[in-house]
Design a protein around this ligand. Structure first.
Ligand SMILES: C[S@@+](CC[C@H](N)C(=O)[O-])C[C@H]1O[C@@H](n2cnc3c(N)ncnc32)[C@H](O)[C@@H]1O
Length: 279
């Protein structure tokens, strides 16, 4: 059982599990993030929602979630409004390589948004390690996973997520545009952008053209705008000099996270992440 802690209310509810497998999901550190979330706020905003690990954990009584990846956003919309039909369309496809390759080939050309969401969930569960990666022309190109498949969410899991989403506005767009147009006094904004580093490359790709060095400047400007609006924020980022200027402005706490890069056991290691907040 979970609790609703926002808006001063505490209500027992069924636990909701995120329905996406997502690179960079905050599932393993969600308790740490919850401890660093304010006890009360009027609305919860999350502009890099991905699988929404903290969103589902906190169970806010009012929320706005968004992402630049349309496939993710459409899936949230379909889970909210048509969870049972989505589940039926997901399980209608058999789980084998041939079907996977056929769905991957037509992904993005489906006539209706519900079919597109069912394909997204199917690919997410049957592709290698739940990765979302596209080629230069924007076509999803993650291979079929003979062994590293994820189990399907149960229909009840989708129904629980759907209930949670009823009080939530779902938007598609860039983090800066969505939050600057919507943030208000008393809100809490959790930001978990893709990690960029001063050197090397990080093996997480979610959306074409995603998040680069210049975006850290836009992120910094947005944090100031959130603060000025009278809202609270919590930012997660990798501990790298690329965001030292943000830590210098607000202060930060460092902590260690167990990483399993690209799903290979040999790549398991601890990496340092930071939390930045304005309160
Ligand atoms: C690290 S993941 C978030 C993971 C999430 N906290 C979770 O628990 O699953 C970052 C997300 O940011 C999205 N994204 C990338 N660039 C973006 C942008 N400019 N504006 C909004 N979302 C963006 C990606 O599609 C991805 O879902």
């Amino acid at each position: 059982m979970g609790k609703t802690v926002s808006g001063g209310k505490v209500a027992a509810t069924a636990a909701a599990k995120p329905f996406l497998r997502w690179a960079g999901s905050k599932r393993s550190v969600v308790k740490k993030l919850a401890e660093n979330s304010p006890p009360e706020y009027s609305r919860y905003l999350e502009p890099f929602v991905g699988s929404g690990a903290l969103y589902f954990h906190l169970n806010p009584s009012a929320a706005l979630i968004s992402d630049l990846n349309w496939e993710v956003v459409n899936l949230f919309i379909q889970v909210k409004h048509r969870p049972i039909e989505l589940y039926e369309r997901l399980i209608a496809h058999s789980r084998d390589k041939e079907t996977y390759l056929a769905i991957r080939k037509t992904f993005g050309t489906e006539e209706d948004d519900l079919d597109h969401a069912a394909s997204m969930l199917y690919l997410n569960r049957n592709c290698f390690n739940g990765l979302f990666r596209t080629n230069k022309s924007g076509k999803f190109n993650v291979p079929y996973a003979a062994q590293r498949r994820g189990s399907y969410p149960a229909c009840d899991d989708l129904l629980t997520c759907s209930e949670r989403l009823q009080n939530t506005q779902i938007e598609h767009g860039d983090f800066h545009t969505v939050i600057s147009a919507n943030v208000a006094k008393g809100d809490f904004v959790y930001l978990d952008p893709p990690y960029v580093k001063s050197e090397g490359r990080i093996f997480n790709e979610y959306v074409k053209g995603h998040f680069n060095h210049q975006d850290t400047e836009r992120l910094s400007a947005l944090l100031r705008a959130i603060d000025k609006a009278g809202a609270k924020f919590l930012l997660s980022f990798i501990d790298d000099e690329i965001v030292d200027f943000i830590s210098a402005e607000w202060g930060s706490e460092k902590y260690l996270v167990q990483k399993n890069i690209a799903g290979f056991a040999a790549n398991r290691r601890k990496s340092a992440e930071i939390l930045v907040k304005n309160w």
